[in-house]
Write a protein that binds this ligand. Structure first.
Ligand SMILES: Nc1nc2c(c(=O)[nH]1)N[C@@H](CNc1ccc(C(=O)N[C@@H](CCC(=O)N[C@@H](CCC(=O)N[C@@H](CCC(=O)O)C(=O)O)C(=O)O)C(=O)O)cc1)CN2
Ligand code: MET
Ligand SMILES: [Zn+2]
Length: 783
């Protein structure tokens, strides 16, 4: 091992580690416990006990897989809801509207913590938004000039001590101070020009306190996650983040010296650290974790790395393919030539983006399984690479061969490359991506649909009731026949149609009861995908998804939604909107093959959807919505990659939708409010109607739409479905009046922010009634 500074000046660091591990539990134990607590069915003590047991089992399990316990290889990175909310709790930055929930020491109890996350009465919860380019959502801190920071939660220290009591020396993980503020938004009362990062100097003493407390408790290393260092897509420019980093770590690493604090490992996952590496190297932190899946290792020695530990994140924390260990070891070996004190094998990101284990997937095809690695299998990969690093290649000879064999078997397996799918994609001409002029479509659709001004509709799903889920679970177990199951779903559709008719909506939906998830459902019905039974991954709070595995060439063996949609249309004389998930979102929310460009994979999915839309059209359906809520999410973190991404993503959407007649109306749905950021791409989709989230931001996006001269129709959401609140008629009327003023009347649709699947009927019915009452009132003013 090359080392310019004796590694002995550093506390010992393991040869292999992971940046984080799933925390929901292999069978979603934490989800079940915390949801029971919210429902008033269990006490906070019981939830704490479940959580402590889960943490204990996780430590034991990871040790059993080979991570060391005498040096900090196992991260201590638990959360009841979200790690950014935990940081808010740690630094006492609870928004003023929840001030009554904190005690004299500034502490929130579990109930208070949950309320900040979920809201109550008129108090909106913290806003939820995507964590970098993932399907994980964090709660946005609200920071103003008046925010008081204080060390308000000793949870991190307690969880570290809990590990120590079990003889496991863990590495506590915190969201770093720079990323914490970079992800925050200013409070509503903050003056123009204020940014949360302005408060860095005031925040740092709290982090210094935590570091001191951790050192006192015996922590040798701590991990501070600073992914803000890699992103060019945040509100703050990257230069400012780098400056803030230098300032922060002068205080935390230079002025606060060891042994008063643990050694600091700065983790920078999700993209290439690029020039940010220089600021980290120049600081006095003791270690840096690089994402070497998304980023590249430096090619020449970096002077500042002498004396530091470098964790080479070669094992993908964000996808599930088994690694070519030989190639990964090579990357680590090259990293060893760059002058660091020590190189360790690591994951590129926390493993909480992948499911717990393949061992709980008995139904998964054995060959496919041999190509995959979930969190536990990735831990084993790390342990193997660590052995290779310390003992040499020969020591892991067998494992290297096995890994190479798996990679080779995947390349030649049947279904991975299917000539008929390839030929169809290769023979596409530009025509396949283009519909006729919008003006003609608009006239043809108006004639066919004959809708009133301000047409009302919903985004697709209606509440997924416990009864629906129970029926599906029973059907999956073989306890309910397919015939019975389908009849139950048709009964649900009849109820949903009746409800929409009685409320008076203009364009109806079937409510999506038959879908477990808007991506998994399509994956189950397309060739080229596999799905898991227990492969749960946290999306936000207690909500999880089972991302599908897109492993082969994609095609549609049979129509998927046509029967359900046709049945729904038979129940009503109003138009029923067909409902599909778009190619970009299907990719974003699945684990996708990494052996070909995403654009090729997207076009295969698009062609399958195109056939589905053609079949819907032939069945008499006049409106089809193709949801693309993940269009913004997949936007690369680096600006230089934006154009290429927007090009292929927009083209795949167009490929899926451009096969229809002019009088068939294409809708799309995007559920975030940053319309301005990607307005060019939204325009490129060429959808006739686009619904978008707008209620929480009070229709601010309408200005973007008007300014951009956007020609087609939009449905800015008037009901925030992420909250249990029921909006009143006046509130909706105010939003609609603002909308009518901002853009042309014939461009405007009325709808909620997103689907209603996570809500209850007790909330949905009165909310939709408010929407219809407000729409009628506004229509009356137009006459
Ligand atoms: N993939 C995806 N990503 C997305 C979204 C989305 O809809 N899908 N929406 C945005 C917000 N994210 C979300 C993520 C998850 C959920 C969600 O509601 N998840 C459900 C699970 C959905 C599901 O897969 N349901 C299955 C399985 C349900 C289940 O838990 N069944 C019980 C048994 C049934 C019972 O007895 O109750 C079990 O398996 O134990 C089904 O309906 O079939 C949950 O966590 O509770 C909502 C939004 C962004 N990202
Ligand atoms: C996350 S976007 C959801 C769109 C889907 N059609 C629904 O209504 O649930
Ligand atoms: Zn949505």
């Amino acid at each position: 091992m090359t080392s310019t500074t004796p590694a002995s000046t550093l506390p010992e660091f393991p040869a292999g580690t992971i940046l984080g591990y799933p925390r929901i539990g292999p069978r979603r134990e934490l989800k079940k416990a915390i949801e029971a607590f919210w429902a008033g069915k269990t006490s906070a003590e019981e939830v704490e006990a479940v959580a402590a047991d889960l943490r204990k089992r996780t430590r034991t399990h990871l040790a059993g897989l080979g991570l060391r316990t005498d040096v900090p290889a196992i991260p201590s990175a638990f959360s009841f809801y979200d790690q950014v909310l935990d940081a808010t709790n740690l630094v006492g930055a609870v928004p003023a509207r929840f001030a009554d929930l904190v005690d004299a020491e500034g502490r929130l109890d579990l109930a208070g913590y949950s309320t900040v996350a979920r809201g109550r009465g008129e108090d909106l919860p913290l806003e939820m938004t995507k964590w970098f380019d993932t399907n994980y959502h964090y709660l946005v801190p609200e920071i103003g000039p008046e925010t008081e920071f204080r060390y308000a939660s000793d949870r991190t220290v307690r969880e570290f001590v809990e590990g120590l009591a079990d003889d496991v020396l863990t590495r506590p993980v915190l969201v770093g101070p720079v990323t914490y503020l970079a992800l925050a938004k200013p409070t509503e009362t903050a003056p123009e020009g204020f940014t949360p990062l302005d408060r860095l100097a005031d925040l740092l003493p709290v982090y210094a306190t935590v570091l001191r407390e951790l050192a006192k408790a015996g922590a040798t290393w701590v991990q501070l996650d600073e992914p803000a260092l890699v992103s060019e897509s945040l509100d703050v420019p990257l230069d400012r983040v780098r400056e803030a980093f230098a300032q922060a770590y002068t205080v935390l690493a230079t002025e606060l010296a060891r042994p008063e604090r643990p050694a600091i490992l700065v983790a920078a996952p999700y993209a290439d650290l690029a020039e940010s590496l220089d600021v980290v190297a120049a600081s006095d932190v003791e270690g840096v974790a690089l994402d070497l899946v998304r980023g590249a290792a430096p090619t020449a020695a970096v002077p500042g790395l002498a004396g530091k530990v470098v964790v080479g994140g070669v094992i993908d924390g964000h996808n599930i393919w088994r690694a070519d260990l030989s190639a990964k070891l090579e990357v680590l070996e090259r990293l060893e030539t760059l002058g660091a004190a020590q190189v360790a094998a690591g994951t590129s990101t926390s493993l909480f983006h992948v499911p717990h284990t393949l061992d709980d997937e008995p139904a998964l095809d054995a060959t496919l399984k041999s190509w995959l690695a979930f969190a536990d299998q990735k831990v084993t990969e790390i342990v193997t690479l660590a052995e290779g690093l310390s003992e040499g290649r020969e020591a892991i000879h067998t494992q290297l061969l096995e890994a190479s064999d798996a990679v080779r078997s995947r390349a030649t397996a049947p279904g991975v490359v299917r000539p008929e799918v390839r030929e169809r994609a290769a023979s596409l001409t530009e025509d396949a991506f283009n519909r006729g002029p919008f003006a003609e479509r608009k006239t043809a659709q108006a004639e066919r649909l004959n809708l009133p001004p301000l047409p009302t509709t919903t985004i697709g799903s209606f509440p997924q009731t416990p009864e629906i889920r129970k029926a599906r679970a029973a059907h999956d177990k073989g306890e309910l026949s397919t015939e019975q199951y389908e009849e139950e779903m048709r009964a649900e559709i009849r109820r949903v149609v009746e409800l929409q008719e009685s409320i008076g909506l203009d364009v109806l939906v079937h409510g999506e009861p038959e879908r477990n998830d808007m991506v998994q459902y399509f994956a189950e019905n397309l060739d080229g995908f596999a799905v898991t039974q227990n492969g749960w991954v946290q999306s936000y709070g207690s909500r999880c998804t089972r991302p599908s595995i897109l492993w082969g060439d994609v095609s549609r063996p049979a129509p998927i939604t046509v029967g359900w949609t046709q049945y729904t249309q038979s129940l009503s004389s109003k138009p029923v909107k067909g409902m599909l998930t778009g190619p970009v979102t299907i990719l974003a929310w699945s684990f996708v093959r990494d052996d070909q460009p995403l654009s090729d994979t997207a076009n295969q999915v698009a062609l399958a959807l195109r056939d589905e839309i053609t079949d819907l059209e032939e069945a008499g359906i006049a409106i089809v919505q193709v949801d693309e809520p993940a269009l913004r999410e997949l936007l690369p973190l680096k600006e230089k990659d934006h154009a290429a991404y927007l090009d292929w993503s927009v083209r795949s959407f167009r490929l899926s939708t451009a096969g229809v007649r002019p009088d068939t109306q294409i809708h799309t749905h995007l559920c975030y409010s940053e319309f301005g950021q990607i307005v060019g791409a939204i325009d490129g989709l060429d959808a006739d109607v686009t619904s978008i989230e707008a209620a929480r931001s009070k229709m601010e996006i309408l200005a973007d739409i008007a300014n951009a001269g956007y020609p087609r129709a939009v449905g800015p959401g008037v009901y925030d479905i992420h909250s249990p609140r029921v909006p009143g008629e006046d509130e909706v009327e105010e939003l609609l009046t603002a909308a009518v003023k901002a853009i042309d009347l014939d461009q405007l649709w009325v709808n909620p922010d997103c689907g209603l699947k996570t809500r209850r009927y007790a909330e949905v019915t009165p909310s939709l009634e408010s929407i219809l009452a407000a729409t009628r009132a506004v229509r009356a003013t137009l006459a």
